[in-house]
Ligand binder design. Structure first.
Ligand SMILES: [Mn+2]
Length: 313
């Protein structure tokens, strides 16, 4: 399913696993989506768009790919939703254990369940920031707790979950929802301070999960269940920039790209969003590297590190 051997066609020298600070795990899974199918084609379209994107970021004056981006083998386990979630969790764990900055591209939103499970085991007091049109807080749906409609239920129980851009949910999800940590789209539209308020609710270690349907369908139509009234490009970047500057972002995923050849601008938005997030993450690295050369994770709230050291990989 890879279009090239490296992410965005970057030179091999920046794409070898040993030297890469960043790992990208594609998860082309679409087992439980209920409306429009096609999120399994998301990683391929994202990678193709990434190849046609400039790799110099004007805003940060950086070429973040030089930090090294290793494109891992895709997770293709799809026998059951539970098996897929477990396969994602194992893969994420393997690279966390190697001190990589782990990123994923889906696939439908249920792929985040396994990713968040491993991040929450690895980092103390983890905050999960979810940008999404849908709350995704059902405990189970159509017979599985690993359905895309349940993508954030486990995170709501195990992490400090902050939900942003929500504008579609079932009434029953209110019983699970921590409304102090929810930024509904209709409220954000009339509140100039939502970014500050959301950041105030975060602990130091932050994982970000972006369901592309969180964006407004006017700028991202190619997704399985579009909803009007979503986030626009620059307000999203301002929010993300604020998180990357003030918190320790430990990893992220982007999900629910459902490519359609007539809507290929969506693929390019996803590609640019991914690269922007890496650019924000590593933009101050040159300065940090001068001050402190070793790239360890001490003082950053690692926990249960030891249990990851035994998985033989
Ligand atoms: Mn979602």
């Amino acid at each position: 399913m890879k279009t090239t051997n490296t992410y965005a066609g970057i030179p091999e020298a920046y794409a070898v696993p040993e030297k890469s600070k960043i790992v990208l795990i594609p998860v082309p899974y679409d087992g439980t989506s209920t409306w429009k199918k096609g999120a399994d084609k998301g990683p391929e379209a994202f990678l193709a768009a990434s190849e046609n994107m400039e790799l110099y970021d004007i805003e940060t004056n950086s070429e973040v790919y030089k930090e090294g981006i290793y494109l891992s083998q895709a997770v293709t386990e799809n026998s059951t939703p539970e098996a897929m979630v477990e396969a994602v969790a194992e893969k994420v764990k393997k690279y966390l254990n190697r001190n990589k900055f782990v990123t994923l591209f889906g696939g439908e939103h249920s792929i985040s369940i396994g990713a968040i499970r491993s991040f929450a085991q690895f980092y103390e007091n983890l905050t999960v920031v979810q940008i999404d049109a849908h709350a995704d807080l059902r405990k189970s749906y159509q017979g599985s707790s690993c359905n895309h409609a349940c993508a954030l239920y486990e995170a709501s129980q195990t992490t400090n979950l902050i939900q942003v851009g929500i504008r579609s949910m079932d009434q029953s999800e209110r019983t699970v929802m921590n409304e102090d940590n929810v930024f509904f789209a209709h409220e954000m539209a009339n509140d100039a301070y939502w970014v500050e308020q959301a950041v105030e609710r975060m602990t130091d270690n932050v994982y970000i999960t972006i369901d592309l349907d969180g964006f407004d369908p006017s700028i991202l139509p190619a997704t399985g269940t579009p909803e009007p009234g979503g986030l626009l490009w620059y307000e999203t970047l301002d929010f993300l920039k604020e998180i990357f500057q003030s918190k320790n972002v430990v990893g992220f995923d982007i999900v629910e790209l459902c490519p359609d050849p007539s809507l290929f601008a969506s693929d390019f938005l996803a590609a640019k969003l991914y690269y922007k997030m890496l650019s924000y993450k590593f933009q101050s690295n040159e300065i940090e590297d001068l001050e402190d050369n070793d790239n360890d994770f001490s003082d950053k709230g690692l926990k249960n590190n030891a249990k990851f050291l035994n998985d033989g990989e």
